[in-house]
Design a protein around this ligand. Structure first.
Ligand code: FAD
Length: 155
């Protein structure tokens, strides 16, 4: 089975009324948990007020199917694929979908991996985005979001 990693960014299209972001993120994570576990997909989702960045890893048929569904979602627009390549091993084997939200650490990491403290994926390479996600202690972030660990060795 061939595994691929697809990385994209998109513009957030969620109204910032009280509670709506939390509700939408909760809904996205709940769909991700439900669908990704069954499709052997793992990955990480980074969110700030402007952009989503998502890394999807898994069997290429499943990643393609999932990405096509996600790209139709009205909660974001202007979806841009940054990279899509065959991989030998997963970067986020333990997470059906880890979530990293804005915070001080995002600023710190954005400064390290780009030329700006404001996280802006349009000015970053896919390698920098993946490196940043990998370094952000996603396990800890995801645990605080109550994300469920999925079984290791999904391949
Ligand atoms: P359900 O999970 O049953 O849908 C749950 C609820 O989500 C619905 O009741 C509805 O309120 C809402 N919803 C569903 N589709 C849409 C839509 N297109 N627009 C607005 N609201 C909607 N899904 C995954 O399976 N895996 C992922 O990794 C993933 N990542 C995402 C990342 C981003 C940035 C976004 C915006 C969405 C992501 N989604 C992901 C959600 C995906 O776009 C679909 O909404 C979801 O896969 C539909 O799943 P489902 O048919 O099982 O519906």
């Amino acid at each position: 089975m061939y595994l691929i990693r697809l990385v994209y960014y998109s513009r957030v299209n969620i109204t910032f009324e009280k509670g709506s972001v939390t509700n939408e993120l909760r809904s996205i994570l709940s769909s991700s948990k439900k669908n990704n576990s069954g499709a052997s997909i793992t990955g990480a989702l980074l969110f700030n007020k402007k952009y989503f960045v998502q890394c999807l890893e898994g069997p290429r048929e499943k990643v393609t199917e999932t990405f096509c569904r996600i790209s139709q979602d009205i909660r974001h627009t202007d979806v841009v694929i940054m990279d899509c390549d065959t991989i030998n091993q997963r970067m986020f084997p333990n997470w059906s979908m880890a979530l990293a939200e804005p915070g001080e650490f995002l600023k710190t990491h954005a400064l390290k991996w780009s030329d700006n403290a404001e996280f802006d994926p349009t000015r970053m390479s896919a390698e920098s985005v993946v490196g940043m996600l990998n370094e952000m202690d996603v396990d800890q972030v995801a645990t605080s979001q109550g994300q469920r660990k999925v079984a290791q060795g999904l391949r």
